[in-house]
Design a binder for this molecule. Sequence first.
Ligand code: EPU
Length: 336
Amino acid sequence: MEVRESFSLKKFNTFDIEVACKYFVECEREEELLEFVRSYELNPEEVLILGGGSNFLFTEDFDGVVFYPTMQGCEVVGEDGDDVYVRVGSGVVWDDFVAWAVEHGYGGVENLSLVPGHVGATPVQNIGAYGMEVGESIVSVEAVDIVKGEKVTIDVVTCRFSYRDSIFKHEWKNRFVVTYVTFRLSKRPVFRLHYGSVHDEVIRLGDISLKTIRQAIIRIREAKLPDVKVLPNAGSFFKNPLVERAFADSLIEKYPSLPVYPVDEDHVKLAAGWLIEFAGWKGKVIGHAGVHEKQALVLVNTGGATGIEIAHLANEIKKSVFLQFGVWLEAEVNVI
Ligand code: EPU
């Protein structure tokens, strides 16, 4: 374990913002982490837990403790018929785990190829893409509770997964440092090809298999989403807003091409990227903060932006989308 003081987070946030934290605790061993939280009696308000840093926008220095868990390993811990249980360290790069699963012929996470970040952050955010959410494959989450100073195993029901959401974003925000996640994968996967151009792209690559699905998703993502190394960003900045069906119907009357996704009988989600593009923001730049030219849901640091500049751009977009459509966008990214 390493504890550093007044530590720069520039390399630990994909927006590439220059900010610092008071203490930075990098830890690979659970026992050491437990010992640390027991001796400091922290509370969640003075703590941040960082994975790959791909879901944060820092607008100022963080005057508290940042935990950076680096637990490694990817181990089959059980099998049950066609199901395989795999326990993965929270510090493993998410896409390395997806590549491993696909290589071994285990299905369940292939549509989530190339999602940035570490394994430990995936249950917090319940990452999702191309018709798949990670919460569907998670069996349990192991974590260290910084309040009680103990190790816990949290089952999937307790995680309360929903669209880009979990209990770790609400009552348990910044309270549990995830150490391992156990996934249930399948040796006989059911392929998910219904989202957007996934099916057509897979067919173009040959037979339908875990490998071609992974390849197709990588192609689709690379064509649309900017590489953080070239154009720092945090993926989708906003969530797709959930609205009442009747309200959506009234919008569609005015804007027939607005994409909507069914949620339940009374609710639908609207494509935030479409709303932002239609409001005229695609490709716009204010100062050093911009709206990506191929996917309006992604805000980018065009070079040397401060967190405040990006937050300012986000606010301008929110106001303008509200004035035009009467919909308030909500950030998916954690704004600190
Ligand atoms: N659209 C536009 N203009 C844009 C962007 C999108 O008109 O600038 C339209 C598209 O044409 C499409 C619809 O909006 O009809 C949806 O677009 P897309 O399929 O690109 O997906 P999204 O809703 O913008 C969500 C996730 C992404 C995920 C994709 C694919 C959220 C907030 N975002 O984006 O997740 O990769 O679906 O499943 O749910 C992330 O969370 O960081 C992320 C990238």
